[in-house]
Design a protein around this ligand. Structure first.
Ligand code: F6R
Length: 258
C-alpha cells in the first residue's frame, strides 16, 4: 500500500526519471518498445494502458508488431483503465469502443485475457470491487502506462482523489468531459459519471510509465513533477511510486520542466 501522510518534500526531492524524446513518433515507438519488453518477459501478468489522443502512436506501433508476428499480446491480461458509467463497447462514444477500434480489433485481441471495465453492471459499485479483485488475483499490475489529463487526472482519478483510492465509480469534472468530447466527431455529451481503476491500484504497479505529449501538457506536467504533492493534482502522487515510475515525454511536453 502506498502511504501518503501529507508531507511531500522527501519524495519530491528524490524526483522521478524523465525521458525526453525529440518528437511524438520517437516517443510512441519507445513506449511501445517498453510495453513489448514487459509483455515478452512476463507472460501471464496484468497490465493496463490508457485511451486518449496521446497513446495512439503507441497503439499503432504495438499493432504493427503484433500483426508482424513479433509480439504475442495474448500472453498478458490486458485491463481497460476507465470508461463512462453505462457505456458499453457497442456505444461509439465509449472509451472501450475507442480502444476496440484503435487496438483490440486491429491486433485481433479478443477473449478472456482482455478485461473490460464493468460499466454496464446493474450494481456498478459491487462490479468495481470485483474488477479490483480480478486485478489483485493476478498479483496487481506488472505495468501501468498512464496518460495525464489537462487537470492532472490519472485514469479518471480526478482532482480530489486519494492516492490510495481503489477501483470505483467517480464523478467527472466538466473539464474532463469537455476534453473527452473532443475525441469524437460532433462533440457528443459525455456522461458525468465514470468507472476508473483506482490511483492506489495504479501506484502499486511494478512499473509505471506516464506518457505525455504536446505543449498543452507542459504546465500540468511541471505541476505534477515539481509542484506540491496534492490531491488537487492527482499526477503529483505518481512520485509516491518512487523509482517504479518513469515519465516518457516529448520535447514540447517537457518544455516547462526545470
Ligand atoms: C484515458 C485516461 C485519461 C487520459 C488523459 C490524457 O483512458 O485514463 O487519464 O490518459 O486524459 O488524455 P489525452 O491523451 O487524450 O490527452
Amino acid at each position: 500500500m502506498v502511504q501518503y501522510d501529507g508531507r511531500d518534500s522527501a519524495v519530491r526531492e528524490a524526483g522521478i526519471p524523465v525521458k525526453v524524446f525529440d518528437d511524438y513518433e520517437t516517443l510512441s515507438r519507445e513506449v511501445a518498445g517498453m510495453v513489448d519488453r514487459v509483455v515478452r518477459e512476463n507472460p501471464g501478468v496484468a497490465i493496463t494502458l490508457p485511451t486518449g489522443e496521446t497513446p495512439r502512436g503507441m497503439y499503432n506501433e504495438l499493432v504493427q508488431r503484433i500483426n508482424a508476428g513479433d509480439l504475442d499480446f495474448s500472453t498478458v491480461h490486458f485491463f481497460c483503465l476507465d470508461d463512462y458509467l453505462g457505456a458499453s463497447i457497442d456505444d461509439p462514444t465509449s472509451l472501450t469502443a475507442w480502444l476496440n477500434e484503435v487496438f483490440l480489433t486491429p491486433a485481433n485481441l479478443h477473449g478472456d485475457h482482455v478485461h473490460f471495465v464493468p460499466t454496464t453492471s446493474p450494481d456498478p459499485d459491487a462490479a468495481a470491487i470485483a474488477y479490483e479483485a480480478e486485478i489483485q488475483a493476478l498479483g496487481g499490475f506488472r505495468l501501468a502506462v498512464l496518460g495525464l489529463g489537462p487537470n492532472g487526472h490519472i485514469g479518471f482519478n480526478e482532482p480530489g482523489s486519494s492516492p490510495d483510492a481503489r477501483t470505483r465509480v467517480v464523478h467527472l469534472t466538466d473539464e474532463s468531459r469537455t476534453q473527452n468530447a473532443q475525441y469524437y466527431e460532433g462533440t457528443p455529451t459525455i456522461p458525468d459519471q465514470a468507472m476508473t481503476i483506482g490511483l492506489g491500484t495504479l501506484l502499486e504497479a511494478g512499473e509505471i510509465v506516464l506518457l505525455v505529449s504536446g505543449a498543452s501538457k507542459a504546465e500540468i506536467l511541471k505541476a505534477s513533477l515539481e509542484g506540491p504533492m496534492t490531491p488537487d493534482v492527482p499526477g503529483s502522487f505518481l512520485r509516491l511510486a518512487g523509482d517504479r515510475v518513469t515519465v516518457m515525454a516529448d520535447r514540447e511536453a517537457a518544455s516547462a520542466l526545470s
